[in-house]
Design a protein around this ligand. Structure first.
Ligand code: ASP
Length: 440
């Protein structure tokens, strides 16, 4: 049996891991920067290995979790037309929030002019790929080989296959019922795996933070302070104000409770900088803490991790304004529109993994004819910003999930309002015969 610290909640322990990790990183940076054994055995040894194992274990759960829970969710839908309505609503909200995010970012970027007089000496060459067309994005969602989609972790293709598989299960009569029962059991098992992982999370977060803050180039932040501050402020406004307003207006739910319950998922997103790797925790938060039914969350959360990246879109907006100002190029209204459309499309076609925002930015800059070299200037501060924008990305996914669930009457409001719901880390009993005493 895994014992747990009775005094601190999971959130408390993850915060502790994070703070201690950041602190350890700074200590090593300032006191042991020349001590080779510290770097060799601690930073590039223990911290590196521990952090990598933690990320790998999170990622390991994503494909089976997305597939199994979505098959469960779709196969239990009583009416297939629900699926179309659910999908339409979710995608509409996702696209709208992304467009609002990037518009807010462009406005903040033009208002505060972070790039005026910026130092361009870091500019080197940077190659950009083309933004995918809408047609390519849509065709790319359909798998030719579902096993291959799973092997590659292509979330959109897995979602499409899982939905079709789930629909077929619900149409297959008693054979379908037997398979659905297996998937329900599998879902229980995979959620136990998530719970198991939560127990090692504080250590994982500690290792990731300690390594990162030993190596992170904070001097770069001072050189790009304007960009860093405008971008962080816009991310905070969107994450705290825009989502709170949306939640209140469209669902009547309390933004305060919502944000409080998002803490764990936010910290996971912050320390991994990957919405994809955070999917298990976002799903657990949505279903166990926010009271969203699995039918909704199993669809909206993985979909959101791939197509809804508001934080990343904000970075595109502020960075575009910054680079245009730094190179003294005026953007026209139609350029602004092109930025909004390209950034929204690019966010649909790319997965939520660390650093992908920079690749998308290259597409956006290309589209409006701005020098892609500008990316080299902001690259130095991107890691920390990536962590913040990933936290915004998954908060947006969860906010839309709550709105859609509430509108579909698929939400346990008592659970949402109960501060303790799902707060305790589930105990994992490693006992092969838990019900032995009931069998005679
Ligand atoms: N790291 C972000 C995510 O996974 C994407 C990005 O902005 O680079 O959501």
């Amino acid at each position: 049996m895994l014992t747990q610290n009775k005094k601190l909640s999971l959130t408390g322990r993850v915060i502790l891991g994070m703070v201690l990790g950041i602190f350890t990183g700074f200590i090593i940076r300032s006191l042991f920067s020349e001590t080779s054994w510290v770097h060799e055995y601690l930073v590039n040894g223990l911290f590196d290995v521990g952090g990598a194992i933690f990320i790998a274990s999170l990622k390991m759960l994503v494909v089976p979790l997305v597939f199994i829970s979505l098959v469960c969710g779709t196969s239990s839908l009583s009416d297939i037309s629900t699926l179309g309505r659910l999908g339409g609503k979710t995608i509409l909200f996702y696209l709208t929030t992304t467009a609002v995010a990037i518009t807010l970012a462009l406005t903040m970027g033009s208002l505060f002019q972070p790039g005026a007089g910026a130092d361009l000496s870091a500019a080197t060459s940077f190659s950009a790929s083309e933004a995918p067309s809408l047609g390519e994005v849509i065709v790319g969602m359909f798998p030719t080989n579902p096993i291959n989609s799973m092997a590659q972790g292509n979330t959109l293709q897995i979602i499409v296959f899982a939905i079709l598989f789930g629909i077929a299960i619900s149409a297959a009569g008693s054979a379908g019922e037997r398979i659905a029962a297996i998937f329900t059991d599998l879902n229980e098992v995979i959620m136990k795996l998530v719970a198991l992982l939560m127990h090692i999370a504080p250590f994982g977060v500690f290792f990731l933070m300690a390594k990162l803050f030993t190596n992170i180039g904070l001097d770069a932040i001072f050189n790009l302070l304007g960009y860093f501050l405008v971008l962080s402020a816009t991310l905070l406004i969107h994450g705290l104000v825009v989502y709170s307003l949306m939640l209140k207006v469209f669902s009547g739910l309390s933004p305060k409770i919502f944000l409080k319950k998002m803490e764990d998922a936010i910290m996971f997103a912050f320390s991994t900088a990957s919405s994809n790797a955070t999917i298990p925790v976002t799903m657990e938060t949505a279903t166990k803490r926010l009271g969203v039914s699995n039918q909704i969350a199993s669809f909206t959360i993985p979909l959101g991790a791939t197509i809804n990246m508001d934080g990343t879109a904000i970075m595109q907006g502020v960075a575009t304004a910054f680079i245009a100002q730094a190179f003294n190029i005026d953007l026209t209204m139609s350029d602004y529109m092109a930025v909004i459309v390209t950034a929204t499309l690019a966010s649909i076609g790319t997965a939520g993994v660390p650093g992908v925002g920079l690749i998308m930015l290259a597409m956006v800059l290309n589209q409006v004819g701005l020098p892609v070299e500008g990316i080299a200037i902001i690259m130095g501060v991107d890691r920390l910003l990536d962590m913040i924008r990933t936290a915004v990305n998954i908060t947006g996914d969860s906010c839309v999930t709550c709105i859609v669930a509430k509108s579909e009457n698929a939400m346990d409001i008592a659970c949402f309002n109960d501060p303790q719901a799902g707060a305790k880390v589930e105990e994992v009993h490693l006992n092969p015969h838990p019900k032995a005493s009931h069998i005679d």
